[in-house]
Design a protein around this ligand. Structure first.
Ligand code: FES
Ligand code: FES
Length: 858
């Protein structure tokens, strides 16, 4: 037992428990986030007697007489100061890390009112942020210090909500003060908890399941098995190849496969009961690598398939072999890139219950409520399902596939009570699809002037246990393997293999991150062979408006690669002239799904009883700021004031299906749909006040039409738009540490330049992790890493200066010319960093993470 204070109120706590559980489960102080429950992420940071402490570490009984502070306990002035500072600096994206950051800042600023950047970075060193790259969080803390010193909350520097304005995001306050709700923040009357019993073996046949002991444990409400599923057992993002629950007789594909779901009154009972479910297996040899999967007579991951090949793509244009044969300079190299983890700060969680209509409602943290809806309907065998997004604590592609939503829905459907399913961090690391491990062989030929004549590439990927998005990732990797350059002899062959490793799927960059590392590294080598600078080589070959990409597409006026090269040149030249080791790389990335697939943006503006225009769409905001983008579009296109507009979180029952938040597509496709809805509203409204339109709806739809791969046309339109980028990495030649990364990105039109910078800074730091440190090791039993703290993510005090350069190149005739940049920000970083290290020590590194750098892990 202990008596202590929380935000000034005294509590006596009898039960021994972690402080985090007491704050969240008993006091419902949900600003204190549960990102890992293992003392690694910092999302649960509180102050104890003024010092930062991770609330998941101490037991309450150690807190006698101590004073605990959460953001709810800040003074009103402090709340206003931190909200303003974080909003003004653009420091809030998904928001999951932010209350913890604020408390670290308070602890620092209470002691030092005007800290240095180094002191700020040191103060937040134990708190990870996966979205922002820390740049704007550091700026926010500095600004908060100024406001607290001067005791005055300034006016926002920008109040105009029109397109192009650096206005503060609309979700800042709820995220800074922690009252915005992620799924785990919902506590409902009668709510119980559910969790999956997962397979003990990566490849095994389930012979029997005995849940009798678990069912008899007091506090257990149900143990569900495949026999309890009313609809189809198999679900999956594209192919329906994944069991919701492995039936008796079924084959497991990886260690994340669920065999049963236990539903219990509380978490403790749940964990005990899971251990009591007895499963008998016939253990089979797992397939652990591309090599094993492709060996003759290899066992099959899917018994019904003829081989372990999940997907094969071959793309040819011109005659690459001849072009290479006739080239003056030819280079051939083998590259490998690792499987990596998204490491979003919010682990997967869903809450499901029967709503007032008797429908199964799912509160979810995902990248498309409509995708979740389709799969859960199929599984439950009923249309009576609804999905609504809560706040999403980061996704980066890792929340495109179902993880917990179907389990929560099944449990709520069966037990007729609200049910929460939340993954532990170890489960999260195991369950959601990762970035694909790639093995690649590239050959390139150039003439004496450095003009690229042809490229041949062979790419193999380990797509793990299920199809997920393995095929589209492979496609995107192949189509972008040639880089953003003007040549037409290109041949690429790609194969994705099933293995019994955790599945791989969407991850920021969608396969392009991997092939970009190969082609850009080869180009840097080629520049040395030709005897010109890497910058000059890019400039000579860069795709320009009207040019033809190696995939055959004629690019439009919005093509801004040259402008990114020109924007970065003064910095590049200066660093080279100063004798610093400098690496450079470029990239292109599609915006929109493309290649002939259905790609719709949809949006509704509804004038409600409050006399305001409510923006409804099925497009998820996963932290990138879609709500702010759409609001700025509505202000610009309708002339309404910001106060007249309400952005509603995505759902499946009012918001029309606008596809997944994936492929850097929402600003473009949902943005254009929103503008079309605005046009109708503007016409209907005329000079009337909005109040006269109450009850009316205005619907906008945009179809991004493209040609399928292999279309029988001379110049297929594979994608409606591409973003382009050039990044430069500058090293400190004495320490070997990165001094600065410069990132020039062509965004078409920056709807909100502050948000664009934030995307670039965060993407670059994620790209640095991919280049230098991040790994997702998997052992010989196909068991992956279990600890968040061991992923190798960069911390605030380890990140170098990142300079974002936003380049606007008009020409795209939809969405006001805006091209999404969610993914490209991470893509060229690794080859730029790799080349900088080559310039430092002469070692050409062809495998990631890069070996022999000061950042390399033992
Ligand atoms: S939840 Fe406590 S450190 Fe991650
Ligand atoms: S804003 Fe920091 S983790 Fe998303």
């Amino acid at each position: 037992m202990a008596t202590f204070f929380v935000n000034g109120a005294e509590y006596t706590v009898e039960k021994k428990q972690k402080l985090l559980r007491f704050l969240r489960d008993e006091l419902h102080i949900t600003s204190v986030k549960d990102g890992c429950s293992e003392g690694a992420c910092g999302a649960c940071t509180v102050l104890i007697d003024g010092e930062p402490c991770r609330a998941c570490v101490p037991d309450t009984e150690r807190l006698d007489g101590r004073r605990v502070l959460t953001v709810e306990g800040l003074s009103d002035f402090e709340k206003a100061a931190y909200t303003f500072a974080f909003g003004e600096a653009g420091a809030v994206q998904c928001g999951f890390c932010i209350p913890g950051m604020v408390l670290c800042a308070k602890s620092l600023l209470d002691k030092r009112s005007d800290p240095t950047e180094e002191q700020i970075r040191f103060a937040i060193r134990n708190n990870y942020c996966r979205c922002t790259g820390y740049v704007k969080i550091v700026a926010a803390i500095r600004l908060a210090g100024k406001i607290l010193r001067e005791r005055t909350i300034p006016l926002p520097s920008v109040t105009d909500w029109k397109i192009g304005s650096r206005v503060q995001r609309l979700d800042v306050e709820e995220k800074v003060l922690g009252y915005g709700k992620y799924p785990d923040d919902f506590y409902m009357d009668g709510m119980c908890h559910a969790s999956a019993v997962r397979s003990k073996y990566a490849r095994a046949r389930v012979k029997s399941i005995d849940a009798s002991l678990a069912r008899n444990l007091p506090g257990v409400i149900a143990v569900l098995t495949a026999a309890d599923i009313p609809g189809a057992n198999k679900i999956g993002h594209i192919s329906h190849d994944q069991y919701t629950l492995i039936p008796v007789g079924g084959l497991t594909h990886y260690l994340g496969d669920a065999v049963a779901i236990v539903v219990a009154e509380d978490r403790e009972t749940l964990e005990k009961a899971k251990k009591l479910v007895k499963v008998d297996y016939e253990v089979l040899t797992p397939i652990r690598s591309i090599e094993e999967a492709s060996a003759p007579f290899a066992p099959l991951v899917f018994e019904e398939e003829p081989s372990n090949v999940q997907s094969y793509r071959c793309f040819r244009r011109g005659n690459a072999a001849d072009a290479i044969k006739n080239a003056k300079f030819v280079l051939s190299e083998h590259f490998e890139t690792p499987c990596t983890e998204h490491a979003f700060l919010e682990p997967e969680c869903a809450v499901s219950y029967l709503d007032a209509d008797g429908d199964v409602m799912i509160l979810s943290s995902d990248q498309s409520p409509h995708t979740t809806l389709r799969e859960c309907r199929m599984m439950l065998g009923t249309e009576r399902v609804k999905v609504r997004n809560a706040l999403v604590g980061g996704g980066f592609g890792g929340k495109e596939d179902l993880s917990v939503q179907h389990h929560a829905a099944l449990a709520a459907y069966c037990v007729r009570r609200p049910v929460k399913v939340k993954l532990s961090r170890a489960e999260s690391l195991l369950v959601h699809p990762k970035r694909h491990h790639f093995e690649m062989d590239f050959t390139m030929g150039c003439d004496e002037n450095g003009k690229i004549l042809g490229l041949k590439a062979v790419c193999k990927s380990d797509t793990g246990a299920f199809a997920s998005l393995g095929a589209p990732v492979l496609e995107r990797a192949c189509i972008h393997a040639a880089g953003p350059y003007a040549y037409e002899n290109f041949e690429v062959e790609g194969t994705a293999y099933y293995t019994n490793n955790p599945p791989a799927g969407a991850f920021r960059g969608f396969g392009v991150t991997q092939t970009c590392f190969a082609v850009e590294t080869l180009l840097n080598q080629m520049a040395d062979l030709v005897g010109i600078s890497p910058w000059e080589l890019r400039y000579r070959n860069a795709i320009r408006p009207g040019g033809v990409l190696p995939n055959g597409q004629i690019v439009d006026e919005s093509t801004g690669l040259v402008e990114t090269l020109e924007a970065i040149k003064p910095f590049y030249d200066e660093a080279v002239a100063a004798g610093k080791p400098v690496g450079l790389a470029c990239a292109m990335k599609n915006a929109g799904v493309g290649v002939g697939l259905p790609d719709y943006g949809r949006c509704k503006l509804i004038i409600k009883e409050d006399g305001k225009a409510h923006i409804h769409t099925g497009a998820s905001c996963i932290g990138q700021g879609l709500g702010t983008v759409l609001t700025q579009m509505v202000v610009s296109a309708t002339g309404l004031r910001r106060e007249d507009i309400v952005y509603e979180r995505a759902d499946s029952y009012i918001g029309p299906d606008s596809g997944d938040t994936s492929g850097s597509r929402q600003t473009l496709v949902t943005g254009e749909a929103c503008l079309r809805a605005c046009e109708k509203l503007r016409e209907a409204k005329g000079d009337r006040p909005l109040a006269e339109l109450i009850g009316e709806e205005f619907y906008g739809e945009y179809y991004a039409k493209t040609d399928p791969l292999g279309a029988n046309v001379p110049n297929p339109v594979s994608h409606v738009a591409y973003g382009y980028a050039t990044q430069v990495c500058i090293l400190d030649s004495k320490t070997g540490l990165i001094e600065t990364i410069l990132a020039a990105h062509d965004v078409g039109k920056a709807i909100n330049p502050l948000s664009c910078e934030g995307q670039i800074e965060g993407g670059v730091v994620m790209g640095m992790g991919f280049a230098l440190r991040e790994q997702y090791p998997i052992d010989s039993n196909c068991k992956p890493i279990e600890k968040f703290g061991e992923l190798g993510l960069f911390r605030a005090h380890e990140t170098p200066a990142v300079k974002a350069i936003v380049v606007e190149k008009p020409g795209l005739n939809v969405a006001c010319g805006a091209i999404g940049i969610g993914e490209i920000t991470s893509i060229p970083t690794a080859p730029a960093v790799a080349d900088a290290y080559f310039r430092l020590d002469g070692e050409r590194r062809l495998t990631l993470p890069l070996a022999n750098t000061p950042y390399a892990r033992k």
